[in-house]
Design a protein around this ligand. Structure first.
Ligand SMILES: NC(=O)C1=CN([C@@H]2O[C@H](COP(=O)(O)OP(=O)(O)OC[C@H]3O[C@@H](n4cnc5c(N)ncnc54)[C@H](O)[C@@H]3O)[C@@H](O)[C@H]2O)C=CC1
Ligand SMILES: O=P(O)(O)OC[C@H]1O[C@](O)(CO)[C@@H](O)[C@@H]1O
Length: 380
């Protein structure tokens, strides 16, 4: 049986990418540091993916097992030598931590096999696989790098499926929204994987997704948090917030239409479809999950700052994006490490310096001034 090694047995790992490979006839070995999940995968060898609908249709996902990369590094290396795909869904900031082990696996693999291995990071981050590759390459000899030519491939991808934090502690089953899209950038001919869409140029896909799904979600989450709401659907029930989301997505939409020559009407229909997905009442998707890691989300290439910068450069409106950035700066959820760090930074240095440090925005630039205007208004 063909093998895929997937790093991150969490929501997207089990509920999306691992499930698609299993449905495509692969054995999926999940790699994770969460011992309980790994043990359960090895005992049960299957789990259910349930759709967030009124009837909760479910699919059994079988041919799965697990390895703990902290305790079973040698087994992970061995598994890399025999896999056809290596995928990740662990969070962009974790990629450097798994790179040394993947490098060990690749070093061994190219000595004993000419078979092709496709590596795809499935994270909410532009160029996530390129980032992973850079970290892996730091741990490779020149000889291994040469031997990888024509055998080891790295493809960027965009992943879109809302998988909330699961409310079934102790179970491997995963509740997911029915919709999904997985787009992989390559001109190679790949083995056929259910649900994997191949494109020659990913930029329009990942930017359209990141600056619509993730920007919209972030606006709801940060405004919802400030309004004391618990979930995304409950926040969107507030008409003023729904209006704010639409206005923000019109700004990112104007940039996307301008940049990628998208059809304006079709893009408006895409925005509408995304907003309907956010309203799913069966997901119970918490605002603090979607708002998580605000420093990452305020990064220069991420869902709020990049579209604002690009809109500014193109002479387009960005005031609603500036408001979303301001709301993110006010996310002071005490169970989120990055939120705590962000608040401490703001207290110590002030908003303008923080925006320069984490978002790459000029301290006295127009965008920063616009953000500060909204920040002061929201704070009061
Ligand atoms: N949940 C969602 O709806 C979506 C998430 N994404 C992206 O997918 C990625 C994963 O997100 P989720 O599945 O929601 O997160 P998650 O927290 O459910 O899963 C992450 C998994 O990675 C594991 N992990 C952490 N550090 C590790 C390490 N050093 N080695 C091995 N495993 C490690 C964790 O134990 C956890 O099981 C993120 O980049 C996220 O932005 C993308 C689209 C949708
Ligand atoms: O997973 P991240 O990057 O922390 O952000 C949460 C976002 O990602 C998703 O999990 C899926 O795209 C969305 O639910 C949300 O927009």
């Amino acid at each position: 049986m063909k093998e895929v090694l997937h790093f991150g047995a969490g929501n997207i790992g089990r509920g999306f990418i691992g499930a698609l490979f299993s449905e495509s006839g692969y054995h999926v070995t999940f790699v994770d540091i969460a011992d309980e999940i790994i043990q359960q995968l090895n005992e049960q060898k299957s789990y259910q993916v349930k759709l967030a609908t009124s009837t909760q249709e479910s699919t059994a996902i079988s041919n799965v097992s697990g390895l703990n990369n902290l305790k079973q590094a040698d087994e992970v290396v061995e598994a890399i030598t025999g896999a056809e795909f290596l995928t990740t869904a662990i969070g962009p900031t974790i990629l450097p931590r798994i790179a040394p082990l993947i490098a060990r696996g690749l070093t061994k693999r190219v000595e004993q096999s000419d078979a092709k291995l496709y590596i795809i990071a499935c994270e909410n981050q532009i160029g996530a696989t390129d980032i992973l590759k850079q970290h892996i390459v730091e741990h490779l000899s020149e000889d291994t790098k040469q031997k990888m030519e024509g055998k080891i491939y790295f493809f960027n991808s965009a992943v879109d499926r809302i998988v909330p934090i699961q409310e079934n502690k102790g179970s491997l089953d995963v509740l997911v929204e029915p919709y999904y899209e997985w787009v992989v950038e390559t001109t190679e001919t790949l083995p056929s994987i259910t649900g994997m869409k191949i494109v020659a140029e990913l930029a329009p896909y990942i930017e359209r997704k990141l600056f619509t799904v993730n920007t919209g979600h972030a606006v709801i989450a940060y405004l919802g948090y400030l309004a004391g709401k618990s979930t995304i659907d409950k926040t969107l029930a507030d008409e003023s917030i729904e209006t704010q989301v639409r206005q923000t997505l019109n700004e990112t939409g104007d940039y996307l239409v301008h940049q990628y020559r998208l059809n304006h009407e079709e893009h408006l229909a895409y925005i509408q479809k995304i907003i309907e997905r956010f309203k799913n009442p069966y997901l119970h998707d918490g605002v603090t999950r979607v708002a998580r890691a605000p420093i990452r989300k305020l990064g220069p290439e991420d869902r709020l700052v990049r579209p604002a910068v690009e809109a500014h450069k193109a002479g387009l409106a960005y005031t609603n994006l500036a408001k979303a950035i301001a709301a993110a700066l006010l996310f002071n959820f005490e169970e989120d490490e990055e939120a705590i760090k962000l608040q401490a930074m703001i207290q110590e240095k002030g908003v303008a310096t923080v925006l320069q440090e984490i978002s790459g925005l000029e301290e006295n630039g127009e965008i920063t001034r616009e953000v500060i205007k909204h920040y002061e208004a929201l704070k009061n």
